[in-house]
Design a protein around this ligand. Structure first.
Ligand code: G3P
Ligand code: CA
Length: 242
C-alpha cells in the first residue's frame, strides 16, 4: 500500500515545519513526515525550509547568521495563536522516540553549501538509532552521494523536478534506494520501471485528489503531501480492494 508522508508536517492546516505540524501529522495516521534542515551560525541543525527566516517566522535574515539561541526566539507559527519556535532536529528525534514514523530529511544545501551538514545529521541519526527510519534527500546530488559514502546504512533519495532519463538507472549509479521526483515528472511508466528495478518512488507534492488516485492505483511506494488526512481518506478506498 502506498505510504503517505506529510510534507513539512501537516502543512495544509498547521504552520509548516513546526512541532505542531508534525504532531498533527502523526494524529492523522500517516506513515511518515518530510522536513527541511538548515544550519545556524553555531552549527545547530534546525528545521526550516528557506535559507532566510522571513517567510515563515517573525524575524528577518539568513538562518546561517543566527545563533541557535537567537533563532529559537523567533515565532515559526506566524498565522497561529501561540508562539512556536523553529524546531531543532534533535527535538524532532526526541519526539520520534514516541512513535514509529518514518522521517524524510531534506538537506537544504543547494543555495548555501553548509559545511559539515551531512556529518552532523548522520551523527545525530546514529546517536538516536534511527538509521532504518530516515530517508535523506536533497536537490544537491553531491550531498546525496556524500551522505551515502558516510552512512551506507541510511537510505538516500535524490530530489528532482524535470524529465530525468531512466531515473532508476541514475539512482542505482549513486547507490540511492529511492527517487523523489516532482509528481509531474513521475509518469506511470517511470514509476513502474523504477519499482520493478527495486527503486522506491516518492513523488512530491501531491495535493489533488486525482493525482493521489493515480499513485494509489499504481501502488507507488509513497507520496509526499501537504494534506495527509485527505490522502488517508482516499487511501481507504484502495485498502478495501481485494
Ligand atoms: O521533499 C519534497 C519537497 O519538499 C521538495 O521541495 O521546496 O517543498 O522542499 P520543497
Ligand atoms: Ca522539502
Amino acid at each position: 500500500m502506498t505510504q503517505v508522508f506529510a510534507h513539512r508536517g501537516y502543512s495544509a492546516v498547521f504552520s509548516e515545519n513546526t512541532m505542531t505540524a508534525f504532531l498533527e501529522a502523526e494524529k492523522t495516521g500517516c506513515d511518515g513526515i518530510e522536513l527541511d534542515v538548515q544550519l545556524t551560525k553555531d552549527g545547530e541543525v534546525v528545521v526550516i525550509h528557506d535559507e532566510k527566516v522571513d517567510r515563515t517566522t517573525s524575524g528577518t535574515g539568513w538562518v546561517k547568521d543566527f545563533t541557535f539561541k537567537e533563532v529559537r526566539n523567533l515565532n515559526a507559527n506566524k498565522s497561529g495563536m501561540k508562539k512556536e519556535p523553529i524546531p531543532s532536529l534533535i527535538e524532532v528525534f526526541e519526539w520520534m522516540k514516541t512513535n514509529k514514523l518514518i522521517c524524510n530529511i531534506e538537506l537544504k544545501n543547494t543555495i548555501i553549501p553548509y559545511e559539515g551538514m551531512e556529518e552532523k545529521v548522520i551523527e545525530m541519526i546514529r546517536k538516536y538509532g534511527l538509521s532504518n527510519r530516515i530517508i535523506i534527500s536533497s536537490f544537491n546530488h553531491y550531498s546525496i552521494v556524500y551522505s551515502y559514502r558516510h552512512a551506507p546504512e541510511i537510505e538516500t533519495a535524490p530530489l528532482y523536478s524535470e524529465g530525468l532519463y531512466m531515473p532508476w538507472v541514475y539512482a542505482q549509479s549513486i547507490r540511492a534506494a529511492g527517487i523523489h521526483p516532482k509528481h509531474l515528472a513521475a509518469t506511470d511508466e517511470i514509476i513502474r520501471q523504477a519499482m520493478e528495478n527495486g527503486i522506491a518512488v516518492r513523488p512530491y507534492t501531491v495535493n489533488k485528489d486525482n493525482d493521489m488516485h493515480r499513485l494509489f492505483n499504481m501502488n507507488c511506494t509513497a507520496f509526499i503531501t501537504d494534506d495527509p488526512l485527505k490522502a488517508l481518506r482516499i487511501r481507504k478506498q484502495y485498502e478495501k480492494r481485494p
